[in-house]
Each structure stands twice: as structure tokens, then as C-alpha cells.
Design a protein around this ligand. Structure first.
Ligand SMILES: NC(=O)C1=CN([C@@H]2O[C@H](COP(=O)(O)OP(=O)(O)OC[C@H]3O[C@@H](n4cnc5c(N)ncnc54)[C@H](O)[C@@H]3O)[C@@H](O)[C@H]2O)C=CC1
Ligand SMILES: Nc1nc(O)c(N)c(N[C@@H]2O[C@H](COP(=O)(O)O)[C@@H](O)[C@H]2O)n1
Length: 220
């Protein structure tokens, strides 16, 4: 499996405001780049915090990119994956619509009634007791044939993926806004590292819209 984390952050490193409402940080060219990345992926992964905050659909927006996928024998859209320990994904969430397959990764803590409701709309993967065990969950997804995986956030999930050593590549668009706020989500939240910081190698720097795209790989 190859895991690419993609996110857009403000010039001061925030993914959204302290209200956790979705903010357009990317411009048109960056949204097109993200759409291409989705189209090149087998799955797009988010944490349930992002589902609750943004209600994303995570589909490929450009019809010609969906056609390209169909021509090579893939479904029109990549699978969607929610990392959701207790099964808090709302049944009316866009991510559970019919546009693509959806996996919900749960922990043992997810109540049985939520499991039953979600299982009508998604494939369920259970891994971990309190929180989703990402190593086990991603191994199960790989067994389902999901090889090229893109993660779209948010900060809690991204931190945990680095902590688990699951990230191969980080692509960050740094946009021309200051959001501020000590409680606003950043690229990697969670507990934070105090030692053994994951170290990256800079692979690409490009001007995109009025910002910059940084591509980092995990240092060997
Ligand atoms: N600018 C951007 O590119 C993006 C911004 N966002 C923003 O990020 C915010 C949401 O991010 P977060 O609140 O950090 O939520 P998140 O999307 O990272 O989800 C975190 C939740 O996932 C669940 N989870 C289960 N197992 C876990 C594990 N092992 N590790 C971590 N989480 C686990 C927990 O319930 C946890 O609260 C929103 O404000 C959204 O707008 C989200 C995606 C992209
Ligand atoms: N790449 C990017 N740039 C921004 O400026 C953003 N605010 C986000 N946010 C994430 O995009 C997803 C929305 O997906 P749909 O358009 O509903 O398919 C979601 O994960 C947002 O948090 N991304």
C-alpha cells in the first residue's frame, strides 16, 4: 500500500478555523490537482471529525477524470473510508451516498445499533479496542484491494498515521490566508511528538494559485 496525505493549510499552518468549519484555502488550480490525485487513488480516507465538520462527498468532480477511471476498468470514484471509532458517522452523511463504495473503520467501542445502521450503507472494518488500530485497519483495506490510498485529513488522523508509520508522502498546499487561533486544527494535532520526530525529505516545491505546493517523502 502507498499512502499519500494531502491537505491545504493557511500560511500560519491551520487546516480550518477554531469553529472547525470548512474554509477554502486552495484556489482553482489546487482543487484541480486534488481532483486528479483522487482520480489516481483507490481510496480516499478521512477521520470522522472531518465528516462531522465538513460533510465531504470525496468523489472525483471532473467527469473526464471519472471517464478515465472507467476506461481502465476502475469504478468512477475511488472508495471512501471513514476512521470512526464509535460509529458517529451520521446516516445522512454525503460520504454514505451511492456515488462510491464506502468503508467505515470502527473500534470495538462502536455500539451494536450504530453498526447495524451503518452496515446498510457501508462496509464495516473493526480494528482496535478504544480507537481504530490504524495498522490493522489499513491492512484490512489492503486485503480489499485498496493499494493507492489518499488521506484528506483532518489533523487528528494525520498525526496518528505518522505515529503509526503509515505515511509514505505528504503533499501540502500552503495558501494565502492567515486563520490563527490556538485551538484551530493544524496539519498534525493529536498528542504531538516529543522525540523520534518523523523526518521528511523535500521532493518538490511548486507555485500553485497564490500559494505553494510542498511535496515531502518520508526520509529513509
Ligand atoms: N484544509 C484541509 O485540507 C482539511 C481540513 N480539514 C479540517 O479538519 C477538521 C477536522 O479534523 P479533526 O477534528 O482533527 O478530525 P479528524 O478528521 O482527524 O478525525 C479525528 C477523529 O477520528 C477518530 N479516530 C478513530 N481512530 C483514530 C485514530 N487512531 N487516530 C486519530 N483519530 C481517530 C476519532 O473519533 C477522532 O476524533 C475540520 O475543521 C476540517 O474542516 C479536514 C480535512 C482537510
Ligand atoms: N484540498 C483542500 N483544499 C481546501 O481549501 C479545503 N478546504 C479542503 N478541504 C477538504 O476537502 C474535502 C471536501 O471534499 P468534497 O468537495 O466534499 O468532495 C474535505 O475533506 C475537506 O475537509 N481540501
Amino acid at each position: 500500500m502507498h499512502v499519500v496525505v494531502n491537505a491545504a493549510m493557511s500560511a500560519d499552518g491551520k487546516l480550518s478555523s477554531h469553529r472547525r468549519e470548512q474554509i477554502a484555502i486552495s484556489g482553482d488550480a489546487d482543487f484541480d490537482r486534488v481532483d486528479r490525485l483522487r482520480a489516481d487513488s483507490d481510496a480516499v480516507v478521512v477521520g470522522v471529525g472531518t465528516v462531522l465538520a465538513d460533510d465531504p462527498r470525496l468523489t472525483v468532480k471532473d467527469e473526464s477524470l471519472r471517464d478515465e477511471r472507467l476506461e481502465r476498468g476502475d469504478p468512477a470514484n475511488p472508495a471512501r473510508v471513514v476512521v470512526d471509532s464509535r460509529g458517529r458517522t451520521p446516516l445522512e452523511a454525503e460520504i454514505l451516498d451511492d456515488e462510491a463504495a464506502t468503508y467505515v473503520c470502527l473500534s470495538e467501542r462502536a455500539p451494536i445499533d450504530r453498526r447495524m445502521e451503518l452496515s446498510d450503507r457501508a462496509d464495516l472494518v473493526t480494528a482496535g479496542e478504544e480507537r481504530v488500530d490504524l495498522l490493522r485497519a489499513f491492512a484490512a483495506l489492503e486485503r480489499e484491494g485498496l493499494e493507492q490510498v489518499m488521506v484528506e485529513g483532518g489533523g487528528e488522523l494525520i498525526f496518528s498515521l505518522f505515529e503509526a508509520g503509515l505515511v509514505d508522502e505528504l503533499r501540502v498546499f500552503v495558501g494565502p490566508k492567515i486563520i490563527g487561533g490556538r485551538d484551530a486544527p493544524t496539519l498534525a494535532d493529536g498528542e504531538g511528538f516529543v522525540e523520534e520526530f518523523p523526518t521528511l525529505t523535500l521532493a518538490e516545491v511548486a507555485r500553485v494559485d497564490d500559494g505553494v505546493l510542498l511535496v515531502w517523502r518520508i526520509a529513509e
